[in-house]
Ligand binder design. Sequence first.
Ligand code: HEM
Ligand SMILES: [Cu+2]
Length: 606
Amino acid sequence: MTVNVGQLGQAVAVRPTGIWSWVTTVDHKRIGILYGVTAFIFFLIGGIEALLIRLQLFVPGATLLTPDQYNQLFTMHGTTMIFLAVMPLNAAFLNYFVPLMIGARDVAFPRLNAFSYWCFLFGGILMNLSFFIGGAPDFGWFGYAPLTDRQFSPELRADFWAMGLQVLGVASLAAAFNFIVTIINMRAPGMTLMRMPPFVWMQFVTQWLLALALPPIAVALILLTFDRHFSTNFYLAQWGGDPILWQHLFWIFGHPEVYILILPAFGMISDILPTFARKPLFGYTFVVYSGIAIGFLGFIVWAHHMFATGMGPVADSAFAIATMLIAIPTGVKIFNWIGTLWMGQTVYKTPALFAVAFIAMFIIGGLSGVMHASPPADLQQTDSYFIVAHFHYVLFGGAIFGIMAGAYYWLPKVTGRLLDERLGKIHFWLMLIGFNLSFFPMHFVGLNGMPRRTYTYPAGFGWELMNQLETIGAFIIAISFLFFIYNVIKSVRSGEPAGANPWGAGTLEWSLPSPPPVYNFATVPVVRSLYPLWGGPNDSRLSSTQPAAAPADVHVHLPKPSYWPIVTAFGLTLAAAGIIFGYVLTGIGVLVLLASIYSWALEPAS
Ligand code: HEM
Ligand SMILES: [Cu+2]
């Protein structure tokens, strides 16, 4: 497809419409929107699961849920929040903004990008279908062997889980390679590595973590599938297998995974704070290198999840020390964020509020994390509500607060409309209060012995009040999100036009009109600094009406829409679903997969 960008008005008319245009889109911005909307729906589903869990725990001895239903809900809540909400929400920002921030017209492999999204959607649907077919997975989000094996999970539940995760893994791997190549190869002239916005850097590190951490879990899941379907005994101790093997393989993936969840938020915060503090990020180089250091260290600490298995003093010490080391680069980052705010004239718009709360909440989660880096402390805390408190402070207080900062910051670029500040602030305060009410008491009940993954508890241990507060907090969080949803709808319908650069930010995406045209940049920009829109007479901090780049009369080549990505993803999912529903389906799926890969390869690119 060739677009004449001689006149902007003409180019806007080129923007395709209709549902078919979404199904076949290869535009990274549309794919970003698809990721965002889908992931947000999964976030709401995971949230409703959390509310049911909290209702059941509101009073001792409640009977709202059966033990089996409870197990399904916490397993699907954890799995959904991690794989279907936070990862793809991060992917939404990755897709929409990384090309804009590096001055590219699209990603390196636009059709592969669409394929990633469809795999994510189909994998998520496949996993959730289990609720209607014999029950959802019920063994916790890390699926410890032998609970998942043929002996203790004879139903289809573990198959749904394993196959859903495999398809989701393909989605993330394809995206990882795509964005590694995009970031290395498609930067605008002058955009050296050390001029990349921190968000791009942290996403770059994240994509490497994905590329290196997903294969181990793919292998672990294949071994599990072999155990379940072909009578191998990788994880079954009575036949010479080793359930601890699962734990190693899982956590070799699982610990990098927590950085996969949080690093993009680190990046968002590092871009948002300078905008509102009106000054460059303090210690940019340190933020970049500490992010890389966290990425490396993340691969050598996995067994801190396994202190309770009795690995012996040498392994325990090594993993404890390595884990404590991560506090250093993490502390460096926190120091840099605070340094950015220091003496800045910070304007506390909604994105800035979420960003600052992110720092505070993440510090709390980081501190409890360092606490269980010590094996003796961990033996007290593991499998208790203390752990649930800890990881919600990093995943919710960290990742979700970061993502919300990002949403309030960047949505005006996507929709072209500002969000309502008053509604945003109501959302913020309710969420902050609800979050702390819900999760801070979990530290105490945890240290007082309340185990995690327990569907009820007896009265008289002194846990009642705390649990009631937690449930009330959860509902306050839910209400806060109603304000967010209302705000977004209102903004899309009747929000004030955002203009190109409503915050006076310094990075490249704000030089484009909101929303950006299909081809992003009429003329590829030349970058001379970390904040190309700051400095000089047109400093965007001084005037918030930054003119959009002047359109040049050139022809831009854009990739053609294609339906092969969705067909290929469908074939792959069918093949995976065959493991659950019957191998014939796997055969059909493989045929569809091969045929569509072939057609994809032969399809002309433009
Ligand atoms: C709406 C706010 C949320 C509430 C009220 C909530 C509540 C809970 C509760 C009470 C548990 C413990 C269940 C048990 O051990 O019996 C839990 C588990 C979990 N939550 Fe959340 N949660 C929320 C949001 C999130 C988010 C945003 C994430 C991740 C990004 C997340 C990830 C997890 C994980 C991984 C588990 C562990 C599941 C398992 O033990 O297998 N939660 N949640
Ligand atoms: Cu870990």
